[in-house]
Design a protein. Structure first.
Length: 110
C-alpha cells in the first residue's frame, strides 16, 4: 500500500480479560472493566496481553482479519471466531478504508 493510515486517532484502554483472547481479536465488553472475544458487535481490537489484562484499541485506524469481505466505504461489521465479518443484518457501521483479499485483512476506522 502506498499510503498509510496508522496512528490516526488511536486510543487504547486496558481491560481485565475474560476467557481466551488473542492479540488481533475483536473484543466486546463482558462486565465492569472486562472484555472477552467478540461473538457479535465489537468495541475494539486487542493489541496486547499481559497477566490477565488486554490493551484494546478503541478508536482510530486498525487492520484486522476478516471472514467475509466488506465493501470499502461505510459497511456494517460484526465479529465471530476472532475475525470481523460483513453483517448487514446485525452489524455496526464502520468506515472501511482498504480490503486485502489475498491476506484476508481489512483496514477500518473504529
Amino acid at each position: 500500500m502506498k499510503v498509510c493510515f496508522n496512528g490516526f486517532g488511536e486510543s487504547v484502554l486496558t481491560f481485565e480479560t475474560q476467557g481466551t483472547i488473542d492479540v488481533g481479536d475483536p473484543v466486546m465488553i463482558s462486565g465492569n472493566g472486562k472484555v472477552k472475544k467478540a461473538t457479535s458487535n465489537f468495541c475494539g481490537i486487542c493489541t496486547g496481553l499481559r497477566n490477565g489484562y488486554a490493551s484494546v484499541q478503541m478508536s482510530g485506524y486498525v487492520r484486522t482479519a476478516y471472514t467475509t469481505a466488506p465493501e470499502v466505504g461505510y459497511s456494517k461489521l460484526s465479529a465471530s471466531n476472532g475475525k470481523v465479518t460483513a453483517d448487514d443484518v446485525n452489524g455496526r457501521e464502520y468506515l472501511v478504508l482498504d480490503v486485502d483479499t489475498t491476506e484476508h485483512i481489512v483496514g477500518i476506522i473504529l
